[in-house]
Design a protein around this ligand. Structure first.
Ligand code: TXA
Ligand code: MG
Length: 351
């Protein structure tokens, strides 16, 4: 298939480029577009044969549902039923933005889009290109992250080219995404909402608005075997193997000094074994680290989030044997960063 690539101005998208993309979506095609979180692989959410293509191209299991992207709260009426007061409050507060709400589904949404579930996941993205595209298409756009299943979510058009060139009709290049992690997903269909995926909107901010939220057990214990059996899943996405790098990722937890010492020891050992290693550093650079690459990802969670998936792609593309990462506090965006690190980890060492 011929894949067109269109570079679009992220702060002032050229209308003729957006119209072309919207036309492709309305004709049942696939368009990759940037959002503020990660790039999405979009199709008309109400067109079952278009949605089917998303699953084929990604190699995504049919029971792993897609997020519907809309451009205005009014669009919810046709798609969701019994939207609770709390859900409305969250939508008013945080949309457009990196928050996905799981709500009861209306008849209008085809089964294939929701993986057979009677709920939908929906959000209004804040990125201007995505909003213009959804508005121009005039329909809800179903879009999972624009990676092949098992690879990290793309935060640049070049990542999308690696995975999907020749498999989609159009890739919109809008530069690097602002947040770099996927949206936060909350199930709003139970009296106490449940966090299904930590993401670009910190849990603390959501709790400030609606109070109590429980955290799904697969987030607290992402590696537990019983979770892999597929029983008791709220979000079907949880039961599938998450991205894990080709390299072995070792996550080191504990008090700061001990963690630093352990990392130095591990990096030395890797060198002796002639393994290629990458250390992911936060806070200030510690020049004791002797890994082949010491990658300073930033002091603050925003910077770390923005760069994490890029590191994952880098190590996959450069035959790195081992990644050593240090624990971060599970607060603010740190909860989402640690979630992705824990799922990617081969080994978690507590010191
Ligand atoms: O930031 C994002 O959310 C990006 C951009 C493109 O919007 N999209 C994204 O989609 O990350 P995806 O498909 O990679 O992840 C969606 C997650 C999956 O874990 C899926 O299982 C879950 O949301 N999900 C979708 N519909 C659901 C539903 N009805 N109930 C529970 N979980 C649902
Ligand atoms: Mg994904």
């Amino acid at each position: 298939m011929l894949t067109r690539v269109s570079r679009v101005n992220p702060s002032n998208p050229e209308p003729f480029k957006i119209d072309l993309a919207a036309r492709i979506i309305l004709d049942g095609g696939l368009v990759v577009f940037p959002t503020e979180t990660v790039y999405g692989l979009g199709a008309n959410a109400l067109n079952p044969s278009a949605v089917k293509k998303i699953f084929l191209v990604k190699g995504r299991p049919a029971d792993n549902p897609l997020i519907l992207h809309i451009q205005h709260m009014n669009d919810l009426k046709a798609l969701a039923r019994n939207v609770s007061r709390k859900a409305t409050k969250l939508a008013r507060e945080f949309w457009p933005g990196p928050l996905t709400l799981v709500l009861e589904k209306s008849q209008r949404v085809p089964q294939i889009t929701t993986g057979g579930l009677d709920t939908i996941a929906v959000r209004i993205p804040s990125d201007i290109i995505s909003l213009s595209l959804i508005r121009a298409a005039g329909i809800p756009v179903a879009a999972p992250s624009a990676n092949v299943s098992g690879r990290p979510s793309p935060t640049r058009a070049s990542h999308v080219l690696e995975d999907l060139y020749g498999k989609v009709d159009l890739i919109i290049d809008g530069g690097k995404t602002r947040i770099g992690l996927e949206s936060t997903v909350i199930d709003m269909t139970s009296p106490v909402p449940v966090l299904l995926r930590p993401g670009g909107l910190p849990l603390e901010r959501i709790r400030e608005v609606i109070g109590k939220i429980s955290i799904h057990s697969s987030i607290l214990n992402p590696k537990k075997d019983h979770l892999k059996s597929g029983k008791g899943y709220k979000s079907p996405g949880m039961k599938y193997r998450h991205y894990s790098p080709k390299a072995d990722l070792i996550l080191v937890k504990g008090t700061k000094i001990k963690v630093r010492n352990k990392i130095v020891e591990l990096a030395r050992r890797m060198r002796n074994e002639q393994s290629k290693s990458v250390c992911i550093m936060t806070k200030n650079i510690n020049n004791n680290y002797i890994a082949d690459i010491v990658w300073f990802v930033g002091n603050d969670f925003e910077t770390i989030s923005r760069g994490l998936f890029e590191i994952f792609r880098y190590v996959d593309n450069h035959n790195i044997d081992v990644i050593i990462a240090e624990e971060m506090d599970c607060v603010d965006l740190g909860l989402a960063v640690m979630d992705r690190l824990k799922r990617a980890a081969k080994e978690i060492i507590s010191v």
